[in-house]
Design a protein around this ligand. Structure first.
Ligand code: ZN
Ligand code: ZN
Length: 325
């Protein structure tokens, strides 16, 4: 057998392997849930009062999860989803009499110039979760306890996320339900990774998230006239998404929802700010807030900071849930 034939055979074998791999992927590919599956995920509303039933009925206000595009989260991670019932049975962490507050811990430089307003992030989390939320004074990060490196691609400094979590654990306030560390520094989970947006230890109630890659300046792009608003919006979204994970909410596959997984910035930006009925029911079950109150606080916030599209969505939804026909 000539070298050329061997090489053709080898290539043919490779091709077969590739086809099998592609077939395996397509078997596993994510199929968006049907309407019946979406409703089943919300769970039975039968025993609820008409008022509460309305709160969790999707009506025309929520877009079903579409088929993912190549590169989107669900095309790479075909998740099975978590229904309300599965969540209720999961014995996830819940706020208790002793663990009552949410904390935001800024790490490193969080000046006006670089980061989103901490006070606005605090207000947003308080409105979203209906829990008292405090922002702690910034902690410097250039300590011996946190390992860092220069990323070979971006040439920017990155902090080892696990070390930051250990730092947060040591400082956990006794009344904390959870502490979310936020930083404008880029993070990495271990030396084999390029970067990570964030990392959390759900049981130990600490997490850290970086907003570095939400700033166009990170990629050497101009910030644009509306960049402060864009950075605030992205930061609010990542904050509530990650904090909701701390309540045991898994990624949502049912509707367009703040709990959708995200693989890239375009996908994060396309995600709405609010929870779908499945995820709203989970968070309400955990925290016990009044849903109209939840929406009213979020509406006031969105109007104040100029999140106009989200404000008009909330107004519309509030109208639906307060109807009495
Ligand atoms: Zn997530
Ligand atoms: Zn959802």
């Amino acid at each position: 057998v000539s070298a050329a034939t061997r090489s053709i055979r080898a290539r043919a074998r490779l091709a077969v392997v590739a086809v099998i791999a592609a077939a395996a992927v397509s078997v596993m590919a994510f199929e968006p849930p049907s309407e019946a599956e979406r409703l089943a995920a919300i769970g039975s509303l039968e025993k609820l009062s008409p008022k509460w039933r309305r709160v969790f009925e999707p009506a025309a206000d929520f877009e079903p999860m579409p088929k993912p595009n190549p590169g989107d989260w669900l095309s790479v991670h075909p998740e099975k989803g978590q229904t309300f019932e599965q969540f209720a049975e999961s014995e996830a962490n819940k706020p208790t009499k002793t663990h009552t507050r949410l904390y935001i811990q800024p790490l490193g430089d969080f000046s006006e110039e670089r980061g989103p307003s901490l006070e606005l992030l605090r207000e947003y989390a308080a409105a979203f979760f209906g829990m008292e939320t405090r922002a702690l004074p910034p902690t410097p990060l250039q300590t011996a306890a946190v390992k860092s490196r220069i990323n070979p691609y971006s040439k920017k400094q990155q902090l080892l996320a696990g070390d930051v979590l250990a730092l947060l654990k040591r400082k956990l306030p006794p009344d904390a339900y959870c502490v979310l560390g936020v930083t404008m520094e880029d993070l990495y989970p271990d030396s084999s990774w390029n970067f990570v947006f964030g990392q959390a230890s759900l049981r130990e109630r600490v997490g850290v998230y970086s907003f570095a890659r939400y700033d166009p300046d990170f990629y050497g792009e101009p910030r644009g006239p509306n960049y402060k608003n864009l950075l605030l919006r992205r930061s609010c979204k990542v904050l509530t998404h990650e904090m909701a994970h701390m309540f045991g909410l898994e990624h949502c596959i049912y509707f367009h929802c703040i709990m959708n997984g995200s693989n890239h910035l375009g996908e994060s930006d396309a995600r709405p700010m609010h929870l779908c009925p499945v995820c709203l029911r989970k968070l309400q079950f955990s925290v016990g807030f009044d849903v109209a109150d939840h929406y009213k606080k979020l509406l006031a916030f969105c109007q104040k900071v100029g999140f106009h599209d989200e404000a008009s969505w909330i107004s519309k939804r509030l109208e639906w849930i307060s109807r009495t026909d």
